[in-house]
Design a protein around this ligand. Structure first.
Ligand code: UDP
Length: 313
């Protein structure tokens, strides 16, 4: 297939490109490099089946030649990033998603939307099932991301219903692995960076909030399966292995052999208290479930962050 990946120079996008090219496909990456970077695709520099176009997908664009699939992964995704770029985040989910849907329509291509567990907001249903409509504060600081993705889901369904585009929607839960940025602000790079330096690990709130962490190769495998499926409604992709953030801090300290102390800072506004995917649907529809344990996934991630720290030292 010839696949357009918007956001292909980002963390998950670049891993998706690796996988798609490894499977023999051709990939056109559209990325404005706002939060992504070319370095994420450096390993593919000599790959003739990859083409990187520096393009803001909210602006008019054209892709020459046939396209079989459009995978729309472009968006700031870390709370730190989307709080810094709230307007860009709203634009890419709305205008950007619209342009990608128009591209799919023009080319007769399939369309995959990378959505988010943030659609559930601070969830009242636990674990989260796809049929839960969520509990999102529409005017809170996180709303630029949550509502942008919820709008993107609505737009995707509208294009499917109106034009019959073969669409898929992935609701992606917390994902980690190499190529996250050291200063990304998300909990995995933040804790690892501190632990490896021996500096205090900062837990927000009392650390009783929960998350469930999925290794990036598992997530990408789920996206590839979903991209070929006929499931039009959202599918959760994540690892149901849930822990509190305080447990996670202690786990990171143990596994890195760090002597960092754990310190506490105020909880960000609207920080979800609990999050765990119900993946019954992904198991049934895609035959998918995560294969990589937290211990196995953190090993290459730690090595990656050690390398980054040495490079900046
Ligand atoms: N968190 C933390 N310390 C940090 C970064 C994050 O305690 O340095 C907490 C954050 O408050 C949240 C959880 O870790 O409860 C996951 O945060 P992240 O930014 O990774 O993603 P989220 O799931 O909130 O989108």
């Amino acid at each position: 297939m010839r696949i357009v990946v918007s956001g292909g120079a980002g963390f998950i996008g670049s891993h998706l490109c690796d996988r798609l090219l490894g499977d023999g496909n051709t990939v056109v990456v559209l990325d404005n490099l706002l939060t992504g970077n070319r370095g994420n695709l450096a390993q593919l520099k000599a790959e003739p089946r990859l083409c990187l176009v520096e393009q803001d997908i909210t602006q008019p664009l054209a892709v020459e030649g046939p396209v079989d699939c459009v995978a729309n992964l472009a968006s700031p995704a870390s709370p730190k990033d989307y709080l810094e770029y709230p307007i860009e985040t709203l634009d890419v989910g709305s205008a950007g998603t619209r342009r990608m849907l128009e591209l799919a329509l023009e080319k007769g291509a399939r369309f995959l939307l990378s959505s988010t567990s943030e659609c559930y907001g601070d969830p009242m249903v636990h674990p989260q099932v796809e049929t839960y409509w969520g509990n999102v504060n529409p005017v809170g600081p996180r709303s630029c991301y949550d509502e942008s993705k919820r709008f993107a889901e609505a737009l995707t369904m509208a294009y499917h219903r109106k034009y019959g585009i073969r669409t898929n929607i992935a609701r992606i839960f917390n994902t980690y692995g190499p190529r996250m940025k050291l200063n990304d602000g998300r909990v995995v790079p933040a804790f690892l960076d501190s632990a490896l330096r021996g500096e205090p690990i900062t837990v927000f709130g009392d650390g009783s909030q929960t998350r469930s962490f999925c290794y990036v190769s598992d997530l990408v495998d789920g996206l590839c399966r979903l991209m070929l499926s006929e499931e039009r409604y959202p599918v959760n992709l994540g690892n149901p292995c849930e822990m509190t953030i305080l447990e996670f801090a202690e786990y990171i300290r143990r596994m890195t052999g760090s002597r960092s102390e754990i310190v506490f800072e105020p909880l960000p506004v609207d920080d979800p208290q609990q999050r765990k995917p119900d993946i019954t649907k992904a198991r049934g529809v895609l035959g998918w479930e995560p294969q990589v344990s937290l211990e196995e996934g953190l090993r290459p991630t730690v090595e990656y962050f050690r390398g980054l720290q040495m490079a900046v030292a």
